[in-house]
Design a protein around this ligand. Structure first.
Ligand code: NAD
Ligand code: MG
Length: 393
């Protein structure tokens, strides 16, 4: 094999970040860590830097940068801070692979920079693609970047598409995609009981251990809404050709249905190290530390239609995609504000879709003319959603 691939890991201290480093540590001959980034968890990042010896470590603020520098004194790691530094380590000429695992809109600029710089981009940060879909896929088509989906559903679909398929192309012979969803912790709750759901109940996902924001999104089904938009862009299909199916066991990660009547699925234990390993090694397969699926132990697998009355976020996401322009960016921004307020116990769980729907209907629509317009739409929607919080509490 040639030299090890150099990796920048955006969001190293998060759930995906940790799973990525777990896979990387199993294959020291294949991967070398070039940069690790985190928001505020300086001590956790310092530990990771001692272990993986990256050339660069990036945090958000100057104060945290100074603290990290003193913790890492005498090491080979250069400490940087701020968005420009994130963009620099994502686009550095020495980097081969960028794992985009920052949560939310904060990941957009470095992820886009990695695409523009022609990297192999492992996309976990779905919000970046939801916000800027057209622009993002145009950048991909213009650059020689390779985009590999890490979200388990999209990774499953990618695996079920013909060999050689590249994201952004129209897949030949595909009738529709089936996106599976666990249904989250409130799958069988009434609307009434969801009204008083607590953050602790919402983040207690039945099948996956994930960051707090995506866990709340899974409980509201906004995660599936964002994933519907993500799938439309990645696989070049309209929302009418992508169906969501509730599958509580989270064993079948998603499916592709072909025009000839074939349905292809990817199955596995629910563990993000599988899609991460596929992204890191593609087109090879490497050990990920994930146990072999035992179908007999798994037993019966169930599938049901989603209930868009109890879970309106799915409908809101579909409508935002159809509306186009900056609507998906505004949907995402309002959702980020509403979820943060819910986690802060300042908003009822069932008011999350209200904040999003009102933000989208009360603000004028904007065409997605370029990155500045998308960032402006994100800002305006955040401001509006924040104002709405006061009226709902
Ligand atoms: P997490 O909250 O566990 O980690 C987020 C990471 O982003 C952390 O390293 C944090 O330091 C960093 N970060 C947060 N805000 C930042 C900011 N403003 N600037 C710079 N860095 C910031 O989240 P996660 O569960 O690892 O999810 C990461 C992304 O992957 C999300 O977009 C999520 O939707 C997606 N994803 C996660 C899973 C999963 O199983 N966790 C599955 C599919 C997709
Ligand atoms: Mg997913």
């Amino acid at each position: 094999m040639s030299r090890p691939l150099r990796l920048t890991l955006l969001g190293a201290t998060g759930s995906i970040g940790q799973s990525t480093l777990d896979v990387v540590a199993r294959h020291p001959e294949r991967y070398e860590v070039f940069a690790l980034t985190a928001f505020q968890r300086v001590d956790a990042l310092a530990d990771l830097c001692r272990r993986f010896q990256p050339a660069y470590a990036v945090v958000a603020s100057e104060v945290d940068g100074t603290r990290l520098r003193s913790l890492l004194e005498g090491s080979r790691t250069t400490v940087l801070h701020g968005t420009e530094a994130l963009v620099a380590v994502a686009a550095d000429a020495e980097v081969d692979v960028v794992m985009a695992a920052i949560v939310g809109a904060a990941g957009l600029l470095p992820t886009l920079a990695a695409v523009n710089a022609g990297k192999r981009v492992l996309l976990a940060n779905k919000e970046a693609l939801v916000m800027s879909g057209g622009l993002f896929m145009d950048a991909l088509a213009r650059s020689n970047a390779t985009l590999l989906p890490i979200d388990s559903e999209h990774n499953a679909i990618f695996q079920c598409l013909p060999g050689g398929y590249r994201c952004g192309e129209a897949a030949v012979g595909v009738e529709q995609l089936l996106l599976t969803a666990s249904g989250g912790p409130f799958r069988s709750w009434t609307l009434e009981s969801m009204r008083s759901a607590t953050p602790a109940q919402a983040v207690k996902h039945p099948k996956w251990i994930m960051g707090r924001k995506i866990s709340v999104d899974s409980a509201s089904l906004m995660n599936k809404g964002l994933e519907l938009i993500e799938a439309c862009w990645l696989f070049g299909l309209g929302p009418d050709r992508i169906r969501v199916v509730i599958h509580p066991e989270s064993i079948v990660h998603s499916l592709v249905q072909y025009e000839d009547g074939s349905t292809l699925a990817q199955l596995g234990n629910p563990d993000m190290r599988t899609p991460i390993a596929l992204g890191l090694a593609w087109p090879d397969r490497i050990a990920a530390g994930v146990g072999t699926l035992d179908l007999v132990a798994a037993g019966a697998l169930h599938f049901e239609a989603p209930d868009e009355v109890r879970f309106p976020c799915l409908r809101l996401a579909r409508e935002a995609f159809r509306q186009g322009g900056c609507a998906p960016a505004m949907l995402n921004a309002a959702n980020e504000i509403a979820v943060a307020a819910f986690l802060d116990e300042k908003l009822a769980f069932t008011d999350i879709p209200q904040v999003i729907e009102r933000t989208l209907t009360e603000l004028p629509m904007m065409a997605a003319e370029g990155l500045p317009t998308i960032l402006e739409a994100d800002r305006i929607a955040r401001e509006h959603a924040t104002r709405l919080l006061a009226t709902l509490h």
